[in-house]
Design a protein around this ligand. Structure first.
Ligand code: SIN
Length: 248
C-alpha cells in the first residue's frame, strides 16, 4: 500500500485548499460534482473488488447490489480517475460525504495517486505528472453493507438481478468496464473484466437486453422530456454512449 492514511475526520471537514479525489468505481464515469481538472492514473497497494453491498443506488435493503471497493494487496495496482476540486468549491465534499460515506458505507482515506505516465499537461495546468495526495473512499469489512468475497458467477448473478434508485447494478459494472477500456486501455483488471463477461453472458442466456440494463431506454424518455424542459442535472449525469442491444 502506497502511503495510505485513515482520514475519517476529513469526511465532514470543510476543505480550504484545492484537493484531489481518486475514483475507482462510479466516480470514474459519474462524478456528480464540479471539478477543475480530471486525470487518469493509479494507486498502488490495492485491488478492486465488487465486495461492497449497496442498498440505495444499485440495490435495496432486501436485494443489495454489489459495488466496487478496494482491498489491500501488496502487489496490486488500481487504475481510475482523479479529480481536482478547487478551494472555493463548497459543495463537492459534502456531496461526496453523503454519497460515499453516509449512503455507501465507505470511509475516507488519503493515498498517493500516480498520474498516468504518458499524460501531457498544458502549461496553464496546475498539475504535473508527479504523485499527489488524494482522498479516496474505501469500504472495510466492519461496515454494515459489507458482503465480501464470493465465487465470481455468484457475484455476476447478483449484479444482474439488482437495481436501486440510480439504476441497475449491471449498469454500474458495465459503465466502469467501458470507462476502463476507453480511457485506460492498458489497465489490467481480471476481476472487473471477468465480471463484465459473466454478466453479459448471463444477460444473453436470459434474453435480457443490454440497453435496458444500461438504462438507455429510461434516458431516452428523459431526453424527450429534456427537449421540453432543459435539465442540467440530467445532462451532467451520464455520458450518452454505447447503445447496445445483444442479439437475442
Ligand atoms: C469510487 O468510485 O471511487 C468509490 C466507489 C463508488 O462510489 O462506486
Amino acid at each position: 500500500m502506497d502511503n495510505m492514511s485513515d482520514d475519517r475526520s476529513k469526511c465532514t471537514e470543510a476543505k480550504r485548499e484545492p484537493f484531489w479525489v481518486f475514483g475507482y468505481g462510479s466516480l470514474c464515469w459519474n462524478p456528480g460534482f464540479e471539478y477543475q481538472q480530471a486525470i487518469t492514473g493509479y494507486v498502488k497497494g490495492f485491488s478492486r473488488r465488487f465486495w461492497q453491498g449497496n442498498t440505495t443506488h444499485r440495490g435495496t435493503d432486501t436485494k443489495p447490489g454489489r459495488v466496487a471497493t478496494l482491498i489491500e494487496d501488496k502487489e496490486g495496482v488500481t487504475w481510475g480517475k482523479a479529480f481536482l476540486i478547487s478551494a472555493d468549491n463548497n459543495a463537492a465534499l459534502p456531496y461526496l460525504t453523503t454519497r460515499e460515506c453516509q449512503l455507501g458505507g465507505y470511509r475516507t482515506y488519503t493515498v498517493n495517486f500516480h498520474p498516468r505516465p504518458d499524460l501531457e499537461y498544458s502549461s496553464s495546468s496546475t498539475s504535473s505528472s508527479e504523485k499527489k495526495d488524494a482522498l479516496l473512499y474505501i469500504a472495510v469489512p466492519e461496515n454494515q453493507h459489507w458482503l465480501g468475497s464470493a465465487p465470481l458467477p455468484d457475484i455476476a448473478k447478483q449484479i444482474l438481478e439488482c437495481k436501486g434508485s440510480s439504476g441497475t447494478n449491471a449498469e454500474y459494472l458495465l459503465r466502469l468496464a467501458d470507462f476502463m477500456r476507453d480511457e485506460i486501455p492498458e489497465a489490467l483488471d481480471e476481476h472487473l473484466f471477468s465480471l463484465e463477461r459473466l454478466v453479459k453472458k448471463f444477460a444473453s442466456d436470459m434474453r435480457i437486453c443490454l440497453r435496458t440494463l444500461m438504462g438507455e431506454e429510461r434516458q431516452e424518455e428523459k431526453s424527450e422530456a429534456k427537449a421540453v424542459v432543459p435539465s442540467f442535472q440530467y445532462a451532467s449525469r451520464v455520458p450518452e454512449k454505447k447503445l447496445r442491444c445483444v442479439n437475442m
